[in-house]
Design a protein around this ligand. Structure first.
Ligand code: 5GP
Length: 184
């Protein structure tokens, strides 16, 4: 299961709420070369330098990786416990790679209620002005690419409501997986 959507849309918070509410969802922890934000406690990513990241690429340790806004981000090959669905919270180039390797991956595009709200959220997490402008300018393209990939589009107007909407879709998908349609 993959969450994509423009920066500031609240994917990270949603991902954490989803795994808190669903014991059969397992959130992958990404690697990044980005510097930790002052608002982060260090648990959000495995923060590494570029040389360490590049060595891990060469060693084949990533399911997918991408360069985004000058930093590298990657999903280590998942090693989940039994009986869980894997949740990834990544950007769209990475989601394209996941989809190629796992055509059964279900992609959710998380949408902002409005562009004004997105700008407000980016500013409130302490991003620099230039970075906020860059992220906003790349939003239309992220949304357009995301729409091509996504099976579901969900507006994140309220974290709890949106979490519940995604969980109810997930339950429906699990139900279908348990009772596959009969072949002729
Ligand atoms: P941020 O720097 O704001 O935490 O993340 C920037 C973007 O990178 C977000 O869209 C986030 O979803 C994405 N991202 C986080 N982890 C990964 C990853 O492992 N792989 C890819 N491709 N993107 C990621």
């Amino acid at each position: 299961m993959v969450l994509i959507g423009p920066g500031g849309v609240g994917k990270g918070t949603l991902a954490r709420r989803l795994v808190a509410k669903d014991a059969h969802l397992w959130l992958s922890k990404s690697w990044t070369t980005r510097r930790r934000r002052s608002t982060e406690d260090g648990s959000e990513y495995h923060f590494v330098d570029r040389a360490t990241f590049e060595k891990a690429i060469d060693d084949g340790r990533f399911l997918e990786w991408a360069e985004f806004n000058g930093n590298l981000y990657g999903t280590p090959n998942p090693e989940p416990p039994n009986d869980v669905d894997v949740l990834l919270e990544i950007e769209v180039q990475g989601a394209e790679q996941v989809r190629r390797q796992r055509p059964d991956a279900v992609v959710f595009l998380i949408m902002p209620p409005s562009l004004e709200e997105l700008e407000e959220r980016l500013r409130s997490r302490g991003d620099h002005d230039e970075h906020v402008k860059f992220r906003l300018s790349s939003t239309p393209i992220e949304l357009a690419k995301g729409r091509v990939l996504a099976s579901y589009e969900v507006v994140n107007d309220d974290v709890e409501r949106t979490t519940d909407e995604i969980l109810s879709i997930l339950e429906e998908l699990r139900q279908r997986r348990r009772t596959p349609s009969k072949k002729e």
